[in-house]
Structures are given as C-alpha cells and as structure tokens.
Design a protein around this ligand. Structure first.
Ligand SMILES: Cc1ncc(COP(=O)(O)O)c(C=O)c1O
Length: 367
C-alpha cells in the first residue's frame, strides 16, 4: 500500500538530530519558554522575512490570538464582520467565531480552490473590518488583489498560512509576510511539522506582537505583572527544539514536493480528472495535491483497490456542519461542488520514484 503520508518515515530522516535536540532540552532543565522557543522565534521570523514571531500552542490558537489581539488594541470589536473563504479547514472559521466576530463566507475560485477575489465586493458592509485569507493546500491566495482590496476599504488582512510554510510570492515575500499578521500550524502532517501540536504568529506590527506575546502567557510578557487578561497558549519548549531541527530542511523539502507536483501536473492525463491550477510553482508548497473528479468516490475506491491511499480535504463543507447551524442555509454551490469532487493524492518528500510512477499511471488509466 502506498500510504497517503508516512510520518514515521518522514521523521526517520531527522532521527539523530531530533534525539540530540531532546538531550539538550532535557539537560537544560528549562521546559517552558526557554531558549528553544526564543531561538525558534528568531529563526522563523527570519525565514518568513517578518520582524516578529510569537510561538504558540497550535494553528487555531495562532489565528484566535491574532483576532483577540486586534480586539485588545481596539481595532476590532465584538460583532465585526470578517471575510473568510467558505472552502477552508474549519479552524479558520472557528478562530473568528470564538473571538466573537462574525465570519462572512466567500466562495472559492474553482480552479485554484482559493478565495474568489471577484466576489469580495458583494459581501462588503459597513461592519466588514478584516479579511482572513487562506493559502489553501499550500498555494498563496491572490496577494496583490487582496492587499489592494484591503487598502481600498481600510480592512486588516490576516493570513492563514497553516498549510503554506515557505511559499514565495513574485516579489520575494514569503507566506507569513504578505499580510498584517499571519498564523502558522506545525501540526505533524504539515510541511514543517512538529512531533505534537505547535503553532506561530508572524507580523511586522510591534504593537500587535507585544500584545500577542502577553496573550499567549496569562497576559504577561516577562515579569509577574499581568497587563491584560491572557491565556495559556505557549509554544512547547520541546516542540520548538524539534522545529529548529526541521526548519533547516524546509526549503529542500518544499523543492522536492514541487518537483513531484510538476511531474504530476505534466503526466497525469485522464479526461475523468481535473488537475489543480498553479501558474507559478514558487507560490505553492504543495502541502496537498488535490485533484477533482465527477466520479470522486469511484476514483478513491479504484485507487484504494490498487494500493494507493487517498484522503478528502474536506468531506463536509463548514456551512453544512451541525456546529455552524446558523450558516446551514447559505447558498454556496461552488463550495458544495468542490467538496463532492476533491481528492488528495499522496505527495510528500518520502515518496519513492516507483510509487510516483504507479500513482501517475493509475490515474491516467482511470476511465
Ligand atoms: C488552513 C488551516 N488553518 C488552521 C489550522 C489549524 O491548525 P492546528 O491544527 O495546528 O490547530 C489548520 C490545520 O490543521 C489548517 O489546515
């Protein structure tokens, strides 16, 4: 069986360095907010080209703390409307509603899966205060278009970069530095994955960073003075140590993923399958390679029977989930269509050349 993702194999590449990092961590005796967290924050800020990085507990908390911080500094208020793509992982939308803001869902472009910038104008109201853009499956959203729209309407632009570590825009800016504040997840399956839960926020806004540093740690930065009501959303010291090891390989891993994706794009050939649109390979890190088929369920079954594991990202759209009953009536035909048609095929740095060939030939022979 060709697994969708073999985390044991992926992490085996780092075996000795991870063990060494654990030894250093253990001997340090410093298990919360020590040198590993602060070193990772410096390294990851540099990597993204952002001034500040704040390590946090996971990607959802990273997003949520950005919204809470904007509320703390008085830029956002309860009930403000936040535009967000309807086609995303539920965490994007949970972060908005859990901060007592209102998610306003916008349909994606069917070919790139990312937010359709032509639909933004139609949902704009006097209560719209921000856009949460998502670089879905690892491909940057339309950077210039979203920046211009936000500038024209005085909106904050926030990035959900949970799937896009290392994606590079045309002007050289990376995911994490094409907005006012960005959230990353280092969930183990991500291109930069920890060995547990972890996340980070990057921003160039010193005021915002200062508030987030406090919010993640009970409302205090270093001393025992609690300036604001905070949370415990700290990045774990051990996960930071592991992330420092793996960050060094991120560009190499992304390049490997791009090479496999290019091979898929050039060689998968079936009139039953639609390949994802990617005009500029640098803007994509292929966290997921998501194809479409009108016969998606049959295709999934066919691949499984022939020894290839696939996943669906995501089987049920958020607006149709029970948890979001207030959104159940929304008419989002493109989102519904995508959820019926998408299929994620294996793409990761541990795939062997013969496995890639098998996947391509199975897909090309699908009738
Ligand atoms: C697009 C997106 N946003 C947010 C998250 C939340 O990250 P986490 O699972 O670390 O909370 C994820 C990952 O799972 C994601 O894929």
């Amino acid at each position: 069986m060709i697994n969708f993702l073999d985390l044991k194999k992926i992490n085996a590449e780092f075996d000795s360095e991870l063990k060494e990092a654990f030894d250093i961590f253990l001997k340090s005796g410093r298990f919360i907010l020590g040198d590993q967290v602060s070193n990772f924050e410096v390294e990851f800020a540099n990597y993204c080209g952002a001034k500040y990085c704040i390590g946090v507990s996971n990607g959802l908390d990273a997003l949520r703390l950005i919204f809470e911080a904007y509320k703390t500094i008085g830029v956002l208020n309860e009930g403000d409307e936040i535009i967000v793509p309807s086609n995303t992982y539920i965490a994007s939308i949970l972060s908005i509603s859990s901060a007592k803001l209102k998610p306003v869902l916008v349909e994606p472009d069917v070919n790139t899966y990312n937010i359709d910038v032509f639909k933004l104008e139609s949902v704009l109201t006097s209560k719209t205060k921000a856009i949460l853009g998502v670089h879905l499956y690892g491909q940057l959203y339309k950077v210039i278009e979203l920046e211009r729209f936000c500038e024209a309407h005085g909106l904050i632009l926030i990035e959900d970069a949970a799937q896009a570590h290392g994606a590079v825009f045309l002007d050289g800016r990376k995911a994490g530095n094409v907005s006012d504040a960005a959230a990353f997840s280092f969930y183990p399956t991500k291109n930069l994955g920890a060995l547990g839960d972890a996340g980070a926020i990057t921003t160039n806004n010193s005021n915002l960073a200062d508030v987030i540093f406090k919010l993640r740690n009970y409302g205090k930065k270093t001393s025992d003075t609690n300036d604001i009501k905070g949370y415990n959303c700290r990045l774990d010291e051990l996960q930071a140590a592991f992330l420092l090891v793996k960050l060094k390989q991120l560009d190499f891993i992304n390049e490997k993923r791009r090479r496999i994706a290019t091979f898929y794009l050039n060689n998968i050939n079936s009139n039953q399958i639609i390949l994802p649109e990617c005009k500029d390979i640098k803007q994509h890190v292929f966290h997921l390679f998501v194809i479409r088929s009108k016969s998606r369920n049959r295709l999934k079954e066919y691949l499984f029977k022939n020894g290839v594991e696939t996943l669906i990202h995501y089987p049920i759209p958020i607006h149709l989930q029970k948890a979001y009953s207030e959104l159940n009536e929304l008419d989002l035909p493109i989102t519904n269509k995508l959820h019926d048609e998408v299929l994620s095929i294996p793409l990761n740095q541990s795939l062997e050349a013969d496995e890639i060939d098998i996947i391509v030939s199975l897909l090309s022979n699908f009738k």
